[in-house]
Design a protein around this ligand. Sequence first.
Ligand SMILES: Nc1nc2c(ncn2[C@@H]2O[C@H](COP(=O)(O)OP(=O)(O)O)[C@@H](O)[C@H]2O)c(=O)[nH]1
Ligand SMILES: [Mg+2]
Length: 672
Amino acid sequence: MKKYAAEKIKNIGIVSHARAGKTSLTESLLFSAGHLTRLGRVDDGTTTTDYLPAETARKVTISTALAPVEWKDYKFNFIDTPGYSDFAGEVNGALRVADNMLLVVCSVSGIEVRTEILWDYAEELQKPRMIFINKLDRENADFEQNIADLQTQFGNKVVPLWIPIGKEDNFSGVVDIIKNKAYDFTNGLKEIPVPENMKDQIEVHKAQAMESIAECNDELLMKYLEGEELTQDELMEGLKKGIKEACLFPVFCGSAYKNYGPELFLNYIAEIIPGAADFPPETDKDSALVFKSIADPFVGKMNFIKVMAGSLKAGQNIYNSTKEKEEKVSHFMVMRGKTSENIDEVFAGDIAAVSKLQFTGTGDTLCYKNNAVVLEGINFPEPVLQYAVLSKNRGDEDKIASAINKILEEDLSLRYKKDPDTKESIIIGMGDLHLDIIKERLKNTYNLEVELKTPKVPYKETIRNNVKAQGKHKKQSGGAGQYGDVWLTIEPNYEEKFTFTENVFGGAVPKNYFPAVEKGVQEAMHQGILAGYPVINIKATLVDGSYHPVDSNEMSFKMAGILAFRNAMAKANAVILEPVMDVAVTVPEVYMGDIMGDMNGRRGRIMGMEAVGKNQVIKARVPLAEMYSYAINLKAMTQGRGNFTMEFAEYEEVPPRLSDEIIKESKKEEEN
Ligand SMILES: Nc1nc2c(ncn2[C@@H]2O[C@H](COP(=O)(O)OP(=O)(O)O)[C@@H](O)[C@H]2O)c(=O)[nH]1
Ligand SMILES: [Mg+2]
């Protein structure tokens, strides 16, 4: 592939609600530019960018893929992203490096939840964006309704540049309302006369477009307000500037499936969409940001990069400034779906891939050591759906852990940890689809079968009363005897997990046995007497005891400590504690009532709420036991508009009924 200057490179992240047609549109753009000999189909698993086995099997995109298009003397780097919110991290990575966002809207479905969320995200980033209304060939496609909805939702700076000719099955071309030209798509791209019967419709849209364009440009606005017509050149220039400044959002349309529109669309991208050189560089030091990584035993390890300034040349001296490690690069690659072409150097504004790096992961900066810089990384949403990972086959546990650790290298929306209390391996992902795919990958790629189950709650036990009890360990069966005898007081200690002191008079227990007694108490605390959970918040004091000059030893006093603790706990009004979380739920206001009602059902206490932008944030204290399915329930309650965070707050006593249940459950487990 030839070298392109930043002025000729345009990076475009394609995003939408799932199934609006991103992958199909990407395919038809590649096809229209002559990069493909036939137009692949998502449903046949033959597209360029849905190439992973998990993608062709499900017919959905789960991983960002690159689709560079060479058009005239330009290079457009299209980035096809997944639509499901489970893979929002992939989208964030793509939008971190794409100067433009192309939002695809299905004409039949119109604005969907992810359409809104993605728009809001782009708004936050002040990212230039354009809209492609797709599937105009389908029954019930309604372009005018789409425009009305988009303008209601996102404002009158959403400006249709094309108006479709014909509807549904008869959709055949478009009219450019600014240049007043018409095109037919049915037999390749062909210019045709503007249909007479569309003149009124065109006039209405053109008047609106003129007003919107003028509003984004002071000079044009003056002229416009004085009642002068804006010329076509002025409109085009105003449009270009408005798009770059994320003030105007042009709308294009067509049918990816029929390949109606993409070729013309490429011309407009060349003409009016800002290029890599139109934005101020983040740095002046040669550097690139890794925005996606693949770690697959078959593909190998691969990192996708965008060069932010200068250039990076293959060689021994590439420096990962984030990890502070040197990397060897034998060559870079231009990727198109899964096919690649090797190159030696990548220049500012361009996107490429690099394989076999040792230390490098997503979000890292690659540069040169003698002129290093660390670029801003990528914002990944915190995953919230957790399961315990259980191996279906005994003995696979270590292999599962190492396979998941491999996957973690590429997937920054995934967490994996061992729960120190329950000893379970916990995986945390973005949603069921995400974790389902991980599970499938473990099976298909690593031949490891796992089951995902609701994690065990790490309950604890503690006491409510101050008590004193004895523990006596005595054995005299031939040979050397064993003798240890202690009196212990235990009391609740809300500040700390455990403290141990002694208050022994007159050497009733010799000093050198104190540590053994403490050890015994600590050991006994690993398993409470109610249901076997660890005991916390205890202050224990050794107050008295007795010893035997010959038979006493450390072991015996440790045993005495264990017995004393158990005896004491039995009398101390022991209770079961559960972890309670600080939860913050962010939802549009209309869902507030539902969220609060649902929180009651989860034994949650509302702690407060506040308005943040157009959303409400509800803060609540909720037992962890009630939160394991919340990611799924919240999605269902809000159609995916809500999200939440949670972190550990404190341990609280479980209500009596639940306590009985937990105790019963533990007895059952003991019997098994
Ligand atoms: N009729 C029609 N179907 C389309 C069009 N574009 C995509 N599709 C279909 O819509 C479904 C989802 O398309 P896909 O490209 O995977 O959407 P994505 O999830 O946004 O990548 C597939 O079955 C496509 O064949 C279109 O323009 N017209
Ligand atoms: Mg797709």
